[in-house]
Design a protein around this ligand. Structure first.
Ligand code: B12
Ligand code: SF4
Length: 472
């Protein structure tokens, strides 16, 4: 195979409401894998970090002369698929267009509706994309690629039997193709860790999460698979040295699921004297966190972590399937903050069946915790989740006029709970206000914020959060 041109784009925009942008680990992993297996020329584009228009995406692919275009996206950006794929079809009529990422995993064959892409891959894309490219090059048909969704000559959407194969041994994956990305662009925008702009790299060291939260998409399945400490640290060392960066963020769903692995990673970071500053934008799970693990992570450079409580009501914990032990949550946050880690909390209000008492319990836990910052979200049902199926079955009227592929989606004010709208949104406003307008919390933010010299940059962000929904 020679000279095939593969253009991979992460679709998205960063907006005032969602200002964060992180390196697109999906296409970075696909690119690394493809070049280890095939002789291909690769061009990567992150529309989100560039805030580029649909026309720019098409133009970039056309200028490159792409033979294969891979588009990665969340459902949030699905309304872009029609214009992007039609634009690509007009500019590059022969290019094979394939969709992937969380949107396809959540929406399956529906991801191919309303656009002209040729195929879509649900779940992990490495093996499947390799096979698609090989088939495209050999002009072979696509019927033998397990689990592939594709459009036949008559335009019908076909789902091949079987499942898209997953990578069993994540140590076999080549290092992320960071050399194909201009990482300087990411220091100009907010990262997932809600820290001021700075030079950093993101990593994803495990796939699959055995937990059963009803609002989650579970892109990587239920079985936890992880890279070994040696593989994780070798990749970190390679990239941080190559780019002269010491800030790293992990995006894993449940990084600390295996406490021994955590200790192994920290031990190697210490032995290699990597002098890292480590951030968990997506969080550490508190019911499998150990004090020894926190101690080791702090020794390895941990300075920021998110902690997802979601609800302070034990009844809601059972209902939503998260089943977090609330005392362990508070203890985990304390272990971290006692050692100087800056802690950000996630809370959700407004689950189906949720009462005012449940909401009060959530506010009580968050307000009385040692978290430095927190976000109170209202619950939104995303298609493809168990939560969405529950709402569609029990209260279908609540889904009327609700478009999850809309860029304004995040502003949707849906109320799935038992309480009237004004009560739900009052709890959200009160949560933000009481949390942030607390002098001792403000003092702790100032004391513990990683990189204190950046605090002045943080003030506008803090003000936005402190006043969020305050006047709505
Ligand atoms: C980092 C992250 C973000 C970043 C941005 C990510 C980005 N680069 O664009 C930020 C913090 C901005 C973010 C925001 C949100 N996020 Co987010 N985020 C993540 C997180 C934690 C990690 C993503 C990642 O790096 N994964 C690792 C890589 C390797 O996986 P991957 O990208 O999925 O790629 C693999 C496959 O999907 C596939 N693949 C990917 N692309 C392609 C392309 C082709 C052509 C092919 C064939 C295959 C393929 O192959 C890859 C390798 O196997 C995921 C959780 C998760 N488990 O992935 C949630 C996740 C993607 N987010 C999610 C959600 C819901 C959101 C929000 C809407 C949350 C909210 N309510 O605010 C917002 C969106 C707001 C907005 N304005 O965009 C959902 C997406 C659900 C969906 N249906 O789209 C996820 C899956 C979380 C979950 N478990 O429910 N997020
Ligand atoms: S712990 Fe996180 S990744 Fe796992 S099911 Fe719950 S929300 Fe999803």
């Amino acid at each position: 195979m020679k000279g095939l041109r593969v253009f991979l784009a992460n679709l998205g925009r960063h907006t005032f409401v969602s200002p964060d942008s992180t390196p697109p680990l999906g296409i970075l992993s696909l690119a690394a894998y493809l070049r280890s297996k095939l002789d291909v020329d690769l061009l990567l584009m992150d529309q989100r970090v560039e805030n580029a228009s649909v026309e720019s995406v098409v133009q970039r692919a056309a200028d490159f002369g792409a033979d294969v275009v891979g588009l990665s996206l969340m459902t949030y950006y699905a309304s872009m698929l029609g214009p992007v794929t039609q634009g690509l079809r007009a500019a590059l009529p022969k290019a094979f267009q394939v969709l992937g990422g969380p949107h396809v995993s959540a929406c399956q064959e529906a991801a191919l509706m309303g656009n002209v892409a040729d195929a879509a891959v649900s779940g992990e894309g490495e093996y499947a994309l390799e096979q698609i490219i090989r088939a495209h090059q050999a002009r072979a048909d696509l019927t033998s690629i397990p689990g592939l969704l594709w459009r036949n000559g008559e335009g019908a959407i076909i789902g091949n039997p079987g499942a898209v194969p997953i990578i069993e041994d994540l140590d076999t994956l080549p290092f992320l193709a960071y050399d194909l990305l201009d990482i300087r662009k990411y220091r100009r925008v907010q990262s997932h860790a809600h820290m001021p702009p700075r030079r950093y790299l993101s990593f994803f060291s495990s796939r699959g999460c055995p937990c059963k939260c009803m609002y989650c998409h579970q892109v990587f399945g239920k079985r936890f698979r992880a890279q070994s400490p040696e593989r994780v640290v070798a990749e970190i060392e390679h990239h941080t040295k190559a780019f002269g960066v010491n800030n790293i963020e992990f995006e894993d769903d449940i990084f600390n699921f295996d406490p021994k692995r955590v200790l192994g990673i920290c031990d190697l970071i210490a032995k290699r004297n990597l002098k890292l500053r480590i951030y968990f934008g997506n969080g550490l799970r508190t019911d499998v966190l150990t004090e020894e693990g926190v101690e080791a992570l702090v020794g390895a450079g941990l300075c920021f972590s998110a902690f997802a409580l979601e609800s302070g009501s034990p009844r809601m914990q059972q209902f939503m399937g998260k089943r977090l032990n609330i005392d362990k949550f508070l203890q985990g946050v304390r272990w971290a903050t006692d050692r100087g880690v800056f802690a950000h909390g996630f809370a959700m209000l407004g689950f189906p069946t949720e009462t005012e008492e449940d909401m009060k319990a959530t506010l009580d836990v968050v307000l009385n915790s040692r978290l430095h910052t927190a976000a109170f979200f209202t619950v939104v049902p995303y298609p493809g989740t168990e939560l969405y199926a529950y709402v569609a079955k029990h209260t279908p009227d609540k889904l009327k006029g609700f478009a999850s592929d809309d860029l304004e989606f995040i502003r949707n004010r849906i109320n799935l709970s038992e309480v009237p709208d004004e009560v739900l949104f009052r709890y959200q406003r009160t949560g933000f206000r009481r949390f942030y307008l607390n002098p001792s919390r403000i003092a702790r933010i100032v004391r513990d914020y990683p990189n204190p010299c950046f605090l002045p940059y943080y003030l506008p962000m803090f003000t936005i959060r402190a006043t969020k929904r305050l006047f709505a």
